[in-house]
Design a binder for this molecule. Structure first.
Ligand code: NAP
Length: 259
């Protein structure tokens, strides 16, 4: 694991004094979530894998706005590296209060053409990645008798989606992981929830062919794509004290796609 320090300062807000780890936060939805949690006062640990420069920029943006952020490079699909990342965070901060499992990838194809490698990679990052961070952080959360875990699933995991058998399986798996871990940790005051975004405007959806984007929008009753901000708002709510009696839930933020 590579660790890149930027800067830490104090900040006021609903999440003041909280330490939040957001995976895949150098860009896209994760970056939006990191910014929102930092704006509410949390010290945000921006995990990245390939986007080191953008993670640095995300941290700088937060610090410029008066918040606190640090970048941590780690491939979330690597169990041992996740353990080292978590150990280093606990050593440095003494506690972790919020974990957002946002890192995710697509390798779309029809099932009859999907390679074993594409299936495995998507499951390794999207599902095992969340297992890895939760597994390593759960001991700390249990010791603290507090903690908020938010897993970023997808409406594809709720409804299924042609051409995304690997991705949908990983996101549906995340829902099972969320509900099981929520049951295990509830008695210690730890909340575990899933957010299922619909069709959100990021590089993931910008990479789709125009026809697929049009079809995506057509499947949204509200008739438009969602924004990173739409997701970050809910994640911030689930990460804070106003949601202390909500656990094991899957909340779609999708303009009505999953109705
Ligand atoms: P994105 O723009 O493609 O960003 C993906 C993020 O995942 C990047 O920050 C990337 O970091 C990170 N990541 C990928 N592999 C990683 C690994 N092995 N270790 C650590 N980080 C890794 O996608 P997005 O739209 O923001 O998606 C964010 C999450 O929302 C994903 O879980 C996605 O499945 C979910 N989601 C998105 C939509 C949508 O419409 N956009 C809908 C439903 C659900 P690096 O660049 O540093 O590797």
């Amino acid at each position: 694991m590579e660790e890149k320090m930027t800067e830490n300062k104090g900040s006021a807000g609903e999440l003041a004094g909280k330490v939040a780890l957001v995976t895949g936060a150098g860009r896209g939805i994760g970056r939006g979530i990191a910014g929102k949690l930092a704006a509410q006062g949390a010290v945000v640990l921006i995990n990245y894998n390939g986007s080191q420069q953008r993670a640095r920029e995300a941290a700088e943006e937060i610090i410029k706005a008066g918040g606190s952020a640090e970048c941590i490079g780690c491939d979330v699909s690597d169990f041992t590296a996740c353990g080292e990342m978590v150990d280093n965070i606990i050593k440095k901060y003494g506690h972790v209060d919020i974990l957002v499992n946002n890192a995710g990838v697509t390798r779309d194809n029809l099932i009859m053409r999907m390679s074993e490698e594409d299936y495995d990679r998507v499951l390794d990052i999207n599902l095992k990645g969340a297992f890895n961070t939760i597994r390593h952080l759960s001991r700390q959360f249990l010791k603290q008798r507090s903690g908020k875990i938010v897993n970023i699933s997808s409406v594809s995991g709720v409804l299924g989606n042609a051409g995304q058998a690997n991705y949908s399986a990983s996101k549906a798996g995340l829902i099972g992981l969320t509900k099981s871990v929520a049951r295990e940790l509830a008695s210690r005051g730890i909340c575990v929830n899933a957010v299922a975004p619909g069709f959100i405007d990021t590089e993931m959806t910008q990479a789709l062919p125009e026809k697929a984007r049009e079809a995506g929008v057509a499947a949204v009753p509200m008739g438009r794509m969602g924004s990173v901000e739409d997701i970050a708002e809910l994640v911030a709510f689930l990460a804070g004290g106003r949601s202390d009696y909500i656990t094991g839930q899957v909340i779609c933020v999708d303009g009505g796609m999953a109705i």
